[in-house]
Each structure stands twice: as structure tokens, then as C-alpha cells.
Design a protein around this ligand. Structure first.
Ligand code: UDP
Length: 473
């Protein structure tokens, strides 16, 4: 380890959606800004996470420290939500973080945590480090988190039951139907953890955001200038995104990319619901028929339906004679084998989205997936499932104009095959989709500009680094 370099310690909470942008941030600090980086991972990583942390090829860019697993079961209700579990796990990880730091030969100078990790800032103070929060999603959501404790006083009853959109000073108001998961039930522990996390953003020296100036001008302006927001988020915000993910080694999926090579330009719709998203059996059937009816080429990453998820197995007993899993319509694989590929569980998403044959993405609107689509100029069908994805979907359709969204959601649970087929054709070929296809390409260029040496996101990260250097003096 080179002691002349700035050394950043980055704490990641568990989950692919959190770890992926943290690794990207680490890579950016190493390659563009010559940092030493140590990534601290709470709890034993899953095998997919391990693969990301320890890629079989390529240079080793970071030191990785995996903290011993923390048993939080005794501290939680048996039915505690995932966000609550994460928040408690990150809180209980503090002794492990302290001891990891004490054992480091060269002490880090900067401590960056994602928003689940703000309670560890007390450790940054003990070890005299600058402190930053990394919010792996939008400026709009950051404003909501910071303002949540004010809404808590202003709003009576559950947020989802409100008749009017929730006021967010200077930002687009939040429709009750887009309220994020942690705010769905104000009586749940998860909600109180969320309010706390919003307040604790202020314990940092600044908040790094995975967004850029031209993507969210309104929310960023509000975070910097609106007095009501400044009174709840008193530290500066730094839009440093989009953090771009390095291509994954395609490995056994290489045939997928070879198949893509043979397809016409922008002719394939890619369908995926993120690292963990699953649909009901009924909805999977409708998606399958929707793909068939659309007559477009496709790659579909499928997980077993929520009801029938047996140990994460994909091809379970009951497969049809052509290998079609029992939760897809009979003969689906045979009928569609010239048109598409069904991929069990996991696909090399970045490679797929950056392939010239891909012309659309039906996505759950996780923020990483959203950015991967935009930065590759791929228009979307926004089909949010959980977390803050409904907000993202609204932003993509109503503000950015790069996506279409099912009409029936969220009022009706199942989106029908005709509507799915129509959305696919709109995004891929109908004249009605022309504007979104053009707009997403404009945003792709604006992202490239933001990341260039003269660009706003590059400049924003340089500002953070300068502040770190000053605080060392
Ligand atoms: N991902 C992937 N292959 C898959 C599913 C997901 O590479 O089959 C990656 C995707 O590229 C993205 C991340 O996993 O970087 C998912 O993060 P996102 O924020 O989109 O959603 P989450 O999984 O956290 O809901």
C-alpha cells in the first residue's frame, strides 16, 4: 500500500444493488484519482457478491475486508422487513469496523458509507477521517429522505392514503402511489429507521449522489438552494454519477452474446427484474404471452414465480418436454426459440444493454439498471416492483420521457398480455415510441459529457477530493 496516496475506506451494506455502485465508486477513485481504496463488506457475501468482489481476471484494484457475520436475529421481530434487517445489521457491525480499522497499517483518511451505514460515523470521528454518505440513487429520493422527518410532523395518517401528492420543497411532489417501501407503514420499525437515516445524512461532510446535473436539475437545485430543504439537509451534495459498471466476464453466457451478434440492430428487447425481483406465476404467464404477441426478439431473465420458488432452483420438476419450465406457457421455448432466449436467474446485463442489437429494456427500474439503460441509450418499459422503484418509474416516464409504463399498475395487480405486447412494440418500433428513443440517446450523451474531464460529475468528485486534502492539512 502506498502511504503517499489518499486512502478511502468504503463501507457497503449487503445486496448486489448496493455493492455494485460502491465497487464502481472505488474503481473511479483508484483509476481517475489515484486513491488507495479499501472496501469493507458487512456480513458474508453471497456467491454472486463474492464473484464481484474477487473477479477471476483483471487487476486487483482494492483491498477487500469481509467482516465476520453479525447475528441480529435476537434483535429483530421475526417478520422484520429487509430494510430493517439491513439497518440493524449495519448498526451492529460497528465493533467489527472498529477492529478492522485498528488493524490497518495505513489509516484511511476518508470514510464513505452508503445510507445504511451513517451510524458508523462515530468511528470516523474516533479515527479522524472525513465522512461522506454515498446515496446510490436519485437526488429526488435524497430530498425525500432528508425531508421525511418534516413530513412526519406535517402529514396525518399513512402517506399512501393521502388525497394530495406529498409536498417536497423545490422538487416534484410525490404521488401517494409512488411512496417508497420504507414509508408505506408508519407504524413499522423500518419507517423509523428511514426517518433516522434521513436525519443522519447531516452527520457527514457531504452526500455523494449517483446522478448528474442534466438528469435531475430541479431536485439538485432544490437541494442546493431551497431554504426548506437546506434546513433539513445542511451538508453539500455532490452529483458524481453515473457510476459505470465494468463489463462482467461473460463466462458460460458467451453464447448469449454470440446470439446477440447475429440479430439486427436495436431489434432485441431485454427483460429483467433486477438482482432479486420475482413475479407471480400468473404475471409470468402474461409476460410470456406478451413477448410472443409482440413478435419481437427478446432476452428474458426469469426467476421462478414467488409461489413456487424451490430453493432457488430454476428448472424444477414438471418441465414440459421441450424443457419449458412449468410456470411458462406450454411449448413456449419451442415456439419462441428462433425469436428469443430465456436465461435462468442471472445474465451479464451490462454486456447485453451495451450490445448494438438491443433496442429496449423492460425493467423493474432499480437505479443501477436504470442508469445502465440510459447510459447505453436504451429506452425502457418501467415496471417497478419495490424499494424506490415507483419514484424512478415516474421520473423516467413523466420527467425524462425515456420510458413507457403499464397503465394498470399499481391499481391492478396483473398486467395483461395485450398491454405488454403493445408497450414492447411502442418502445421497439411504433412511431409513438420515436420520442423516447431519441430522448434516451440525448441523455446517454449528457452522461458521457458529465463524466468527461471537463464535465460536471468529474468536477464534483474532484471537489470532494480537494476538501479531503484540505481537511488533512
Ligand atoms: N444484474 C445483472 N444481471 C442480472 C440481474 C441484475 O448483472 O441478471 C445487475 C444489474 O446490471 C445491476 C444490478 O444487478 O447493476 C441490479 O441493481 P438494481 O439497482 O438495478 O436493482 P436491484 O437488484 O438492487 O433491485
Amino acid at each position: 500500500m502506498d502511504s503517499s496516496k489518499l486512502h478511502a475506506l468504503i463501507l457497503s451494506s449487503p445486496g448486489m444493488g448496493h455493492l455494485i455502485p460502491i465497487l464502481q465508486l472505488g474503481e473511479r477513485l483508484v483509476t481517475d484519482h489515484k486513491f488507495e481504496v479499501t472496501i469493507l463488506v458487512v456480513t458474508t457475501p453471497s456467491s454472486a457478491e463474492s464473484q464481484l468482489l474477487h473477479p477471476p481476471t483483471g487487476p486487483k484494484l482494492f483491498n477487500i475486508i469481509e467482516l465476520p457475520p453479525v447475528d441480529v436475529s435476537g434483535l429483530l421481530d421475526p417478520d422484520a422487513k429487509v430494510v430493517t434487517q439491513l439497518a440493524v445489521m449495519m448498526r451492529e457491525a460497528r465493533p467489527g469496523i472498529r477492529s478492522a480499522l485498528s488493524n490497518m497499517e495505513i489509516r484511511p483518511t476518508v470514510f464513505i458509507v452508503d445510507f445504511f451505514g451513517t451510524e458508523s460515523f462515530e468511528i470516523a470521528d474516533e479515527f479522524d477521517m472525513s465522512k461522506y454518505v454515498f446515496v446510490p440513487t436519485t437526488a429526488w429520493l435524497t430530498a425525500l429522505m432528508a425531508y421525511c422527518h418534516v413530513l412526519d410532523k406535517e402529514v396525518k395518517g399513512q402517506y399512501v392514503d393521502q388525497k394530495e401528492p406529498l409536498r417536497l420543497p423545490g422538487c416534484k411532489a410525490l404521488r401517494p402511489e409512488d411512496v417508497v417501501d420504507p414509508m408505506l407503514d408508519r407504524n413499522d420499525q423500518m419507517y423509523h429507521e428511514y426517518v433516522r437515516m434521513g436525519i443522519q445524512l447531516n452527520f457527514s461532510d457531504g452526500v455523494l449522489l449517483n446522478t448528474w446535473e442534466d438528469l435531475e436539475p430541479t431536485s439538485l437545485k432544490a437541494l442546493r438552494e431551497n431554504e426548506d430543504l437546506l434546513s433539513v439537509l445542511k451538508v453539500p451534495v455532490y452529483p458524481i454519477g453515473p457510476l459505470r459498471r465494468p463489463p462482467e466476464a461473460a463466462g458460460s453466457r458467451i453464447e448469449l452474446l454470440e446470439w446477440l451478434d447475429m440479430q439486427p440492430s436495436e431489434s432485441v428487447i431485454y427483460v429483467s427484474f433486477g438482482s432479486a425481483g420475482t413475479l407471480s406465476a400468473e404475471q409470468i404467464t402474461e409476460v410470456a404471452w406478451g413477448l410472443e404477441l409482440s413478435q419481437q426478439r427478446f432476452i428474458w431473465v426469469v426467476r421462478p414465480p414467488i409461489e413456487g420458488n424451490v430453493d432457488g432452483c430454476y428448472f424444477t420438476a414438471g418441465n414440459g418436454p421441450d424443457g419449458t419450465p412449468d410456470y411458462l406457457p406450454d411449448g413456449f421455448l419451442t415456439r419462441t426459440h428462433k425469436m428469443g432466449i430465456v436465461v435462468p436467474m442471472w445474465a451479464p446485463q451490462v454486456e447485453i444493454l451495451s450490445h448494438p442489437s438491443v433496442g429496449g429494456f423492460l425493467s423493474h427500474c432499480g437505479w443501477n439498471s436504470t442508469l445502465e439503460s440510459i447510459t447505453n441509450g436504451v429506452p425502457m418499459i418501467a415496471w417497478p416492483l419495490y424499494a424506490e422503484q415507483k419514484m424512478n418509474a415516474t421520473m423516467l416516464t413523466k420527467e425524462l420521457g425515456v420510458a413507457v409504463r403499464p397503465k394498470e399498475l399499481p391499481a391492478k395487480k396483473v398486467v395483461g398480455r395485450e398491454e405488454i405486447a403493445k408497450m414492447i412494440r411502442t418502445v421497439m418500433e411504433y412511431e409513438a415510441g420515436e420520442a423516447i428513443r431519441e430522448r434516451v440517446k440525448e441523455l446517454k450523451h449528457s452522461a458521457e459529457k458529465a463524466l468527461s474531464k471537463a464535465g460536471s460529475s468529474y468536477g464534483s468528485l474532484c471537489e470532494v477530493i480537494e476538501d479531503c486534502k484540505i481537511s488533512l492539512q
